[in-house]
Design a protein around this ligand. Structure first.
Ligand code: DHB
Length: 393
């Protein structure tokens, strides 16, 4: 078989790219290794920047988001028993949307299938090759048989453990990595959120985040040691820890508890691989970069990558003008590094280092004090959090 763009990976990056390309008259085949229900139910991100919301509108996957998504004007930071509100709407003129990655993915999949466009689940990619020629090849296994897909371009949107990246010769790749000495234990619970906005807290015993999935479903996270088994945490112990980390000195905060329906542990790391293009292979999203979740940037970066890539490929297929595809890697890496820095800032400011370096702790507290006392510090934080416009990084 042959197509214009072979997209390896049917997560938000690959799916969104397939839609943006279709709008530009470019054909694509999406190959996803996992079954559909796995892609649609694995708990991931929850915050969409306005640029990500715009992209969902552009491709027509916005109806359920508009009905059920929760626009947020601001969020709260908590430390030392007090609270600071960051009003993104007032400081930057933009807000963010709470709309889970699982829902984004469901809508992008449904739309693709409705359009009758190629999307193959349970397609295990065996190799990506010939990327230095003008006819790269993807070999994959589906329902017991091996298949070959030739394309003009291959896009690796197959996550941080996917095979596509390996088609770039090792000696051309630079890899940057930061492993943080803590993980997040995340829960879903059938109880209304305790706060109408998100709360990012630096508690005495570590970070905690209060988020939500709907007016009746709470999503929350606590910092735990690396290697923690989520089942080793009893439900009441998780609620007790959340309550302690969100507590305010004036006693004005009460945490609502309810049945926990999902528990998982996510390690915290940052990774960037450069370049994001080699010959006719382009990388997008987690395949090229991972950020720790504290700044809510992973999904938004993936969508920003494919917005730039769709524009570049659209131009190239239409006119053979190579300028945008040649600029792709440098263009998106500027945003990737901005988000990596922001995520590092949020992470180190809000987590308690288990090795307890007292100098680092004072720096983190000083940064929080600065945000508390300075409107320009709050604006800088808000601008990064709600996301910079394409081309503005
Ligand atoms: C959620 C996750 C994040 O990493 C974050 O910064 C905010 C919200 C969430 O899952 O709701």
């Amino acid at each position: 078989a042959r197509t214009q763009v072979a997209i390896v990976g049917g997560g938000p990056a690959g799916l969104m790219l397939s839609h943006l390309l279709r709008l530009r008259g470019v054909d694509a085949v999406v190959l996803e290794a996992r079954p559909r229900d796995r892609v649609e139910t694995r708990q991931r991100a929850g915050i969409l920047e306005h640029g990500t919301v715009d992209a969902l509108r552009e491709v027509g996957a916005d109806a359920r988001m508009d009905e059920l998504g929760l626009p947020h004007d601001g969020f709260e930071l908590r430390f030392a028993g007090r609270s600071v509100r960051v009003d993104m709407q007032e400081l930057t003129g933009h807000r963010v949307m709470i709309w889970a990655q699982t829902e984004v993915t469901k809508d992008l999949i449904a739309l693709r299938l409705e359009q009758g466009e190629p999307l193959v689940f349970d397609a295990e990619v065996l190799s990506v090759s010939d990327v230095e020629t003008d006819s790269p090849l993807v070999r994959y296994r589906h329902q017991g048989a091996e298949h070959e897909l030739r394309a003009d371009v291959v896009v690796g949107a197959d996550g941080s453990y996917g095979p596509a990246r390996r088609a770039i010769p090792e000696h051309l790749v630079r890899r940057f990595e930061r492993v943080y000495p803590y993980s997040w234990l995340g829960i879903l619970a059938d109880v209304a959120p305790s706060s109408h906005e998100l709360i990012y807290a630096r508690g005495r015993t570590g970070f905690a985040l209060a988020s939500m999935r709907s007016p009746s479903v709470t999503r929350a996270y606590i910092q735990v040691p690396n290697g923690t088994d989520p089942q080793a945490w009893a439900d009441e112990a998780i609620w007790d820890e959340l309550a302690a980390r969100f507590a305010l000195d004036d006693g004005s905060f009460t945490l609502a508890r309810g049945p926990i329906t999902d528990k998982s542990v996510t390690p915290m790391r940052s990774m960037v691989t450069e370049p994001m293009r080699h010959g006719r292979l382009f990388l997008a999203g987690d395949a090229a970069h991972i950020v720790p979740p504290t700044g809510a940037k992973g999904l938004n970066l993936a969508v920003a990558d494919v917005r730039v890539l769709a524009e570049a490929l659209g131009e190239w297929f239409a006119s053979k003008d190579e300028r945008l595809i040649d600029a792709y890697s440098d263009t998106v890496l500027r945003r990737v590094w901005r988000a990596s820095h922001f995520s590092w800032t949020m992470t180190t400011m809000l987590h308690v280092d288990p090795d307890g370096d007292p100098f680092d702790e004072q720096l983190a507290l000083s940064h929080l004090h600065h945000i508390e006392s300075s409107e320009s510090a709050r604006r800088a934080l808000a601008e990064n959090y709600r996301g910079l416009a394409l081309g503005a990084v």
